[in-house]
Design a protein around this ligand. Structure first.
Ligand code: RB5
Length: 150
């Protein structure tokens, strides 16, 4: 699995911690985010990574801003992206199991590095359950493409 990682200026410190963790666990990633001292608006940061996901150049995204919320709102505007802002383990696990999330959004001002790395592990290692959840994810896609579930 190849991960695209992105961040705005409020997510740089946590991004670096997560990159270190990905190196340690041997997960391949491409860093599309800004470096320390650089700034970028979070919608731009989200788009840079999410385009790579929908184009198939990377499998999933990890996105970091101050809260994880702004970057998740922006990411979810891109067709094919199912992004979830998470700050607890249950959500990180279930957004994979039930929503087939392909973008994990984290708040650099919300979660510490230890918890963030645990959330990343859950996001990477939990498989989508399918079954009745596939029907619901398909409805999200229909809503996205046709403007309605019905
Ligand atoms: C940037 O200061 C901050 O607004 C942004 O990182 C994010 O928290 C927005 O949701």
């Amino acid at each position: 699995m190849k991960i695209g990682i992105g961040n705005d200026h409020a997510g740089t410190t946590l991004k670096l911690e997560i990159c270190k963790h990905l190196d340690e666990i041997g997960v391949e990633y491409v860093d599309f985010g800004v470096a320390p001292g650089e700034a970028i608006d979070y919608p731009v940061a989200a788009e840079r990574v999410c385009r790579q996901v929908v184009n198939g150049n990377v499998d999933r995204a990890i996105l970091i801003c101050g809260t994880g919320i702004g970057i998740s709102i922006a990411a979810n505007k891109i067709k094919g992206i199912r992004a979830c802002a998470c700050s607890d383990s249950f959500s990180a696990k279930y957004t994979r199991l039930h929503n087939d999330a392909n973008a994990l959004c984290l708040g650099g001002r919300v979660v510490g590095a230890g918890l963030a790395c645990e959330l990343v592990d859950l996001f990477l290692n939990t498989e989508f359950e399918g079954g009745r959840h596939q029907r619901r994810v398909d409805l999200i896609t229909k809503l996205e493409q046709e403007g309605s579930c019905e």
